[in-house]
Design a binder for this molecule. Structure first.
Ligand SMILES: [Fe+2]
Ligand SMILES: [Fe+2]
Length: 196
């Protein structure tokens, strides 16, 4: 059980700083694109990454862990650098990088959900799976952008993620439980300690 908690904390710390880097990178990304609809969607994705960071931050607090300071610093540097690079890297590269990164994020939250369940933190499960689903939508968006681009449509991409429904279906299959729906969309997401 302890090793699952250790693994959970490890992923949460990675994700917490990862969301920070992603949010800054997307901020530069949406500023760098001209198309209004694309700008709006990437801006929304930036907001969703900030939201994830708040939720993951709450989970870290709940388990009594702190973010990794060195990694936080690195995330700011990397995120801001990528954000600036979006202005000079052209259209294709940031889209590709974003999509590839998102495909990894799906998996990261799915794995965290399993460690949460196995370390007695069932109340995190729905929130973690819902974040995996949001990352799935992000990956889908960037994949579609590339597919609609003359050159982007011809470059080989990372493996296609399994259908969105499989995120909860495989969890239920492996863990034999259906996670309760939580109030993810509000920042007032309630954990056990809030109800006490
Ligand atoms: Fe995220
Ligand atoms: Fe994302």
């Amino acid at each position: 059980m302890d090793s699952h908690l250790d693994e959970l904390i490890k992923i949460l710390r990675l994700a917490y700083s990862g969301e920070l880097a992603a949010a800054y990178a997307y901020r530069g990304h949406w500023h760098s694109v001209k198309d209004e609809a694309t700008r709006a969607r990437i801006r929304e994705i930036e907001e969703e990454e900030w939201h994830h960071r708040r939720l993951v931050g709450r989970m870290l607090e709940e388990v009594g862990a702190k973010p990794n300071r060195a990694r936080e610093f690195r995330a700011v540097v990397i995120g801001r650098t990528l954000g600036v690079m979006c202005h000079v890297a052209g259209w294709l590269l940031p889209m590709y990088g974003a999509g590839k990164l998102e495909s990894r994020n799906i998996n990261e939250y799915e794995t965290a959900a399993r460690h949460a369940a196995r370390s007695g933190r069932a109340e995190f499960v729905d929130c973690l799976l819902a974040m995996a689903e949001v990352e799935w939508e992000h990956e889908k968006y960037f994949r579609a952008c590339l597919a609609g681009h003359k050159l982007g449509a011809r470059i080989p991409l990372w493996p296609l993620p399994a259908p969105k429904e499989t995120i909860r279906a495989t969890y239920n299959f492996e863990l034999g439980t259906i996670p309760e729906r939580s109030n993810l969309n509000g920042d007032e997401f309630a954990f056990e300690s809030d109800r006490a």
